[in-house]
Every structure is written in structure tokens, then in C-alpha cells.
Ligand binder design. Structure first.
Ligand SMILES: Cc1cc2nc3c(=O)[nH]c(=O)nc-3n(C[C@H](O)[C@H](O)[C@H](O)COP(=O)(O)OP(=O)(O)OC[C@H]3O[C@@H](n4cnc5c(N)ncnc54)[C@H](O)[C@@H]3O)c2cc1C
Length: 494
């Protein structure tokens, strides 16, 4: 029996580890034009100021590995993404060493076709194929598709070497003000020799002279993301386990979507009440109201809470509740979870910026750049950028697209799952962006039948399975169910 795993990013790695732990002699080809472990975000040669946006503790074994190779405790909770790339590459290398049947096919897979009772990946026959293709690098929704603006366009922030095209002194507008925007801001400052000095949560910025004249983020929502709590701070451990467990249980027991979603503000109020804080404002934040009229004030206030320099507020509580309850939300709003998806989709889009924002270190740098006048957030909500260019009162030289291609099926021949949907082999789950699949990741055909031996995990399944943009190994059981099934088949057929 032969297995193909298409994509050697984190999710391909986790899948192969689970499979080989159960069937060590399985014959597995891992297809990826990138070196195994690199994925969309973890190239080992990227600059160190491109950091993880979640605490490193989310990746099993990573912190123990860092300590074992001599990194001093306490560990930086938001280390360089390049370092994670080294760790993931070592995990792949250890698999290749220990399993003679595992090989790397160092190219992108162009097609998957039915071939008798099996599958052909670019003509090579496999009994089992797992698509773990992750992020699209390109999208028909990106600015590059049909750009007619008068400004020069840089179509992507990654790899950051592409930003060399931005001249020093240029006025730059960014489509997007989220995590990718912060990477952009750092690339054009720290990446050009600028330095952050002084207090960690209120640094100053020493310019190199190679920065843009100004960097102007533009965001539909008109605000920055709220800051994640600093691990080790009092606020990071302020979530009561009992409140969390009550919330998780209430969502798991909820009979409809509105009951399940109402648990989030209720939990936020309980968190604040438990800390002796006034729960006023929770409903407004949950419904999407900004915490402050000014985006920079909101960022500053959120950083202060995240670093124990201000009291917990409604913004923190709603973000914490959404993060803590996320495992139950994923269970209930993914396909098979029994709850209507639309209300969740609306809440998720409102709350992503409240719950999954930058680490304090990057928020503090962003504020320093605002204070130094390099980042100008004054028209965050009022300027617009579309295919015909940047629109606003200030003349802009360069536009950078700092919005990543969306999750789910990306069509226009850009991704393998997208091409398979266009070819009529796979289908988007009704009302959801991702590929329809069963609980063990087996793909469904357009007429709703499982396609034995063809499976999919991660970003191409978004909404059918909720919340794939994560390094967490435990949030989504479909991958392990796939590994169990394939390992059992391998043992049976031996
Ligand atoms: C810039 C950035 C920063 C991020 N930071 C974080 C973070 O700090 N924390 C976090 O939890 N998540 C983060 N994410 C979210 C990200 O989704 C996950 O961390 C993780 O990368 C998902 O793993 P994956 O294997 O599903 O996808 P990917 O990492 O996208 O890997 C997919 C792999 O499949 C390969 N591939 C694609 N198509 C083919 C094909 N046709 N043939 C062969 N191979 C193919 C690609 O080359 C790639 O190596 C970040 C994402 C980005 C883009």
C-alpha cells in the first residue's frame, strides 16, 4: 500500500507522525516543492524579527527542544518563526532517518485523478492520498489580479525580500492592518536597520534613514487587532478554570447557535466579575463595537491590559472568552457539530481581531512606529484601496497588499484543492468555503459520497472544519482519525 501526503507543512508533518507511529513500515511519499517543515510561514532563512503570533507553547515539544539546545530560560514566548522552521525540519529529518519507507518528492503536485480503485498524483499511483496544502500563495481576490492603480503595487508581504522594491522615503499604503501589516511595518523599519530601544512595552524607535516616508494602513474595520496577553503575566493566568469549563460544557450542550454563541459574552462577564471588574461593555464588544474612538488609543489600551499595566476590561474579557471557548466552538460549528453556521461566521469575523491579535512585543513596536511618525494611522478607516488604486487625501507612491489569500477553496487554478473542485472531483460544503469531507477527513464527491482513499486537512477545509490557521495539534481530530484509519488499512493489507 502506498500513501501520498501532499504538503510538508506543520499539518502534513503531524499527519505523517501520527501515521508512522502506528504503521512504522508504511510507504509514504511527501510531496512539496519546499523543504519539509517550511510550510507557508516557517522558512529557516527569514529574518528573526518575523515572530510567532501565538505562544511557542502551542507547538508540542518545541520549548523542550529550545531548552535542550541551550536557549536560556525564561524562553521568549514569541520566538522567530525561522526557529520553529528549524524545529519542524528536524522533526521531518528524524522521521526520514527512522522510516525507510518515507520519501520526499521535491515538487508540487499538479493533479490528482481517480485511477481504478486508487489515485494518481501526477501519474504516480497511490492507495491513499492526503491533501495538506495549506495556504494559497496567490488568489483571484488579491490586488495583483487586475491591478490598474497609478501606484506601484507590491502584491505580497512575503517573502519580505520582495519589499526591497519599496524605495526609502516613499509614501506607502497597506491594504490591511492586521498581523501581516505588522510584519510589513517591521520589514520596512527594523529590517532596514532601524532599532527599538528602551522599555520593552514602550520602546522608542531609532530610524536608519532607509524607512518609507510614511506607512499608511487601510482597514475596512478601521482598527488594529487587540493584543494577546503576555505569557507569564497576571492577566495571562486570570482565566478561571471553573468559568472556562462551565462555558465549554454550555456550548457542547447548546441546542442552537444563538444559545451557544451567547455563552461567549456570559463567560466574558463571569471572567470580569471573578476579577472584581465591572462587566459593562461586554455586550458592545461582543457585538463588534470599538473599545475606543481612536484606533491607536485602542491599541495602546489593549497593550496595557495585556502586560498588567491596566485593569482587565471588556475587550480583554471577550477576547479571552472567545479563545478559551474556541475548542467547543470548533466542535459545534464545524460540519457535523449540529449548529447553524451563519451566526458563527458573523461572530468569528467580528471577534477575530479581538481574540487573535499580535503579541505584546509586536504591538509595542507598532506603537513606537506610530509615535515616531513612520506609521500614520490617521486614515485607517477613511482611505480605501481597491483594484483601481489607493483612494485618500494623501498621494501614495506604493501600495502593498498585506491581506493574505483567504481560507477555504481558492479557485482560479491557484491551488490543488481549488483545481480539483473546478474539475468536479471535490466540492465545497454547502454554505461553507472549504472542501466537504467526513470526520476522518475523507473528501466527499459533488453528489455527497465519500471518495475512499482521498482526504483533506487544514486550510482548504475551512468552515467545513472551523479554525485551521493554527499550529495546534489537538484542535482538529480529523487528521488523527485519518492516520488511524490508514494505519489500520496498512496492517490489514500486509
Ligand atoms: C505569515 C504567517 C504566519 C503565521 N503565524 C502563525 C502563528 O504564529 N501561529 C499559528 O498558530 N499559526 C500561524 N499561521 C497560520 C498557519 O496556517 C499555520 O501555522 C500552519 O502553517 C498551517 O500548516 P499547514 O501545513 O496546514 O499549511 P502550510 O504551512 O501552508 O503548509 C502547506 C504546505 O503545502 C505545500 N503545498 C501546497 N500546495 C502543494 C502542492 N500542490 N503540491 C505539493 N505541496 C504543496 C506548501 O508548499 C506548504 O509547504 C501563520 C500563517 C502565515 C501565512
Amino acid at each position: 500500500m502506498r500513501v501520498a501526503v501532499v504538503g510538508a507543512g506543520p499539518k502534513g508533518l503531524y499527519a505523517v507522525e501520527e501515521l508512522l507511529a502506528r504503521a512504522p513500515r508504511a510507504v509514504v511519499d511527501v510531496w512539496d516543492s519546499r523543504p519539509p517543515g517550511t510550510g507557508a510561514a516557517y522558512a529557516t532563512d527569514q529574518p528573526v524579527w518575523l515572530r510567532l503570533n501565538v505562544t511557542s507553547a502551542i507547538v508540542d515539544g518545541f520549548d523542550a527542544w529550545r531548552l535542550a539546545r541551550g536557549e536560556a530560560a525564561p524562553l521568549d514566548p514569541f520566538p522567530p518563526r525561522a526557529l520553529l522552521g528549524v524545529y519542524l525540519a528536524e522533526r521531518w529529518a528524524s522521521l526520514f532517518e527512522r522510516h525507510a519507507g518515507l520519501s520526499h518528492v521535491a515538487r508540487a503536485a499538479g493533479t490528482v485523478e481517480a485511477s481504478g480503485a486508487a489515485w494518481a498524483v501526477d501519474g504516480a499511483a497511490y492507495d491513499e492520498v492526503l491533501l495538506a496544502t495549506g495556504h494559497a500563495t496567490d488568489s483571484p481576490d488579491g490586488l495583483a489580479a487586475g491591478w490598474s492603480g497609478p501606484q506601484a503595487l507590491v502584491p505580497s508581504v512575503y517573502p519580505v525580500s520582495g519589499l526591497d522594491a519599496v524605495p526609502a522615503g516613499a509614501v506607502v499604503a497597506s491594504r490591511g492592518a492586521a498581523l501581516t501589516f505588522i510584519d510589513l511595518a517591521l520589514a520596512l523599519t527594523e529590517g532596514r536597520g532601524g532599532r527599538f530601544t528602551g522599555e520593552p512595552w514602550a520602546p522608542g524607535y531609532m530610524a536608519s534613514g532607509d524607512e518609507p516616508g510614511s506607512l499608511r494602513p487601510v482597514a475596512r474595520r478601521g482598527r488594529f487587532m487587540a493584543v494577546k496577553p503576555q505569557p507569564g503575566s497576571a492577566i495571562a493566568s486570570a482565566v478561571s478554570g471553573a468559568v472556562r469549563e462551565r462555558g465549554l460544557a454550555a456550548i457542547r450542550a447548546a441546542g442552537d447557535a444563538s444559545v451557544a454563541l451567547a455563552v461567549v459574552p456570559a463567560t466574558a462577564r463571569n471572567l470580569l466579575a471573578g476579577l472584581g471588574q465591572d462587566p459593562a461593555g461586554v455586550e458592545d464588544v461582543f457585538e463588534g463595537a470599538p473599545t475606543h474612538a481612536d484606533a491607536v488609543d485602542a491599541l495602546r489600551a489593549s497593550l496595557a491590559v495585556a502586560t498588567d499595566r491596566a485593569r482587565p476590561d471588556a475587550g480583554w474579557a471577550v477576547g479571552a472568552a472567545w479563545r478559551e471557548l474556541y475548542p467547543a466552538l470548533v466542535e459545534r460549528f464545524s460540519l457535523g457539530g449540529g449548529l447553524a453556521f451563519e451566526p458563527f461566521a458573523e461572530a468569528a469575523s467580528r471577534l477575530e481581531g479581538v481574540a487573535f491579535g499580535p503579541p505584546p512585543v509586536n504591538a509595542a513596536k507598532l506603537l513606537a512606529l506610530v509615535e515616531a511618525g513612520v506609521v500614520d494611522a490617521s486614515s485607517l478607516a477613511t482611505d480605501t484601496i481597491d483594484g483601481s488604486g489607493h483612494h485618500g487625501p494623501v498621494a501614495v507612491d506604493v501600495v502593498v497588499d498585506a491581506v493574505l489569500p483567504g481560507p477555504g477553496v481558492v479557485t482560479g487554478a491557484v491551488t490543488l484543492p481549488g483545481r480539483l473542485v473546478e474539475a468536479g472531483l471535490l466540492v465545497q460544503a454547502p454554505g461553507r468555503r472549504g472542501v466537504a469531507h467526513t470526520a476522518d477527513a475523507t473528501c466527499l464527491s459533488p453528489d455527497g459520497h465519500p471518495l475512499p482513499g482521498l482526504a483533506v486537512v487544514g486550510r482548504p477545509t475551512e468552515d467545513a472544519t472551523v479554525g485551521n490557521d493554527t499550529l495546534s495539534r489537538s484542535l482538529h481530530p480529523a487528521r488523527d482519525a485519518w492516520a488511524l484509519r490508514v494505519a489500520a488499512r496498512f496492517e490489514e493489507e500486509r
